[in-house]
Design a protein around this ligand. Sequence first.
Ligand SMILES: Cc1ncc(COP(=O)(O)O)c(C=O)c1O
Length: 435
Amino acid sequence: MLSRDEQTTPRPVVLGGHVGSSIDCPDWPIWGQRESDQLARVLDSGWWAFEGPAEAEFEQRFAGLQTAHHGLCVANGTVALQLALEALDIGVGDEVIVPGFTWQATAAAVVDVNAMPVLVDADPETYCPDQGGIEGAITPRTKAIIVVHLYDSLSDMDRILEFAARHHLHVVEDCAHSHGSQWNGRGVGSVGDIGTFSFQSSKTLTAGEGGFVTTNDESLFERLYSLRNCGRRRKGGGTSTTPAVQSGNYRMTEWQSAILLAQLERFEEQMETKQRNAAILDSALGRIPGIKPMRRDRQVTRRNLYAYVFRYVEEEWQGLSCRAFRKAMSEEMGLEFGAPYRPLNMSSLYRPQTKQRHHLSDQYWEALDPSNYALPVAEHAYRHEAVRVLHQNLLTDSQEIMKIPKAVEKLRRFLPDLLNWERTLPKGDRDTPPE
Ligand SMILES: Cc1ncc(COP(=O)(O)O)c(C=O)c1O
């Protein structure tokens, strides 16, 4: 016999119900007259690239947002990582500790400077790099750690900096997901030696493409400047004894800076809205059995979110797979409840052994193989646990955002039916999602 709830609640969409509960939220990116005006200004000025006024203003404002002394626009977030490593003089023979749970660029940048990325697993409560993993990966060749502030979590910078200082390692922060976030009141990207950012179209501050580097160190800044700009010395920067460096063109255009200046006007309000809604979700989802919000460290004094992520515990849903849950939620709400990144040891987009120029030696080649690594926490998160909601879906009000926990509760009420439904899914639905 149907329970009272089942009689009064419409069935979930995947069980034939008609009433979904989509959230009233914007598509991404968001733009308007401000962006048009900024672009027109660049057009009319004829100064379309190479250290124009929009770039200078944006560099100053964005470095300020991240509480960094210096900031430079670069072509994209991948290049930002590569230049950071080159500025730190990392290359052949060096090892760099890199999270295995990230976008492929974080590790690919290390390979592109001829160093060895050493993959470490994720912390099960934040999905950022695991401290024990970092400590276990160190060898006499380790030169640096790249930490990633992943989705809506920040890496534990206190512990990482303490460890790095003890072992004389550089720290690069990959902040592609965390524009505006702060650790103990300091903007991310200004806590380690160098911070890197992406303005690619899915990011929370975007010009379609683009990137940024931040640092507090004067000599690293001069070197980063030269590296992004064909080796040129900065006018009025450095001294005649600052060593020259060979490089290429990694600059950004004035169009992108103009768009970013306009986007910056909307940014703080968007970040506040997302922070508020993330707190609502943490508290409401945290009350539902089998759902666990991510750990929120008290040192995170301001949080931007590239995505809202929560953990689903299959055992507490009588074995209903996370994949089936993601699918049922996506259909219920008409928006994506997706999987996180595929860990780098199983990613189809991290294949360093497919380029001969990486074949520096047989030993290096063999050590590059991503399948050398076991990343059980990241693999479990990807296959069975993590559920990712895009940041723009949090740009809404508290009533709308509450539709998410309500939809989860609804699915839970229909759990036996969902278990039967999962058995009918075609095999493809059980396979790993595409990248
Ligand atoms: C964590 C992380 N690092 C680096 C990048 C690379 O940035 P870009 O796409 O601008 O090259 C991305 C982009 O998705 C990212 O998510």
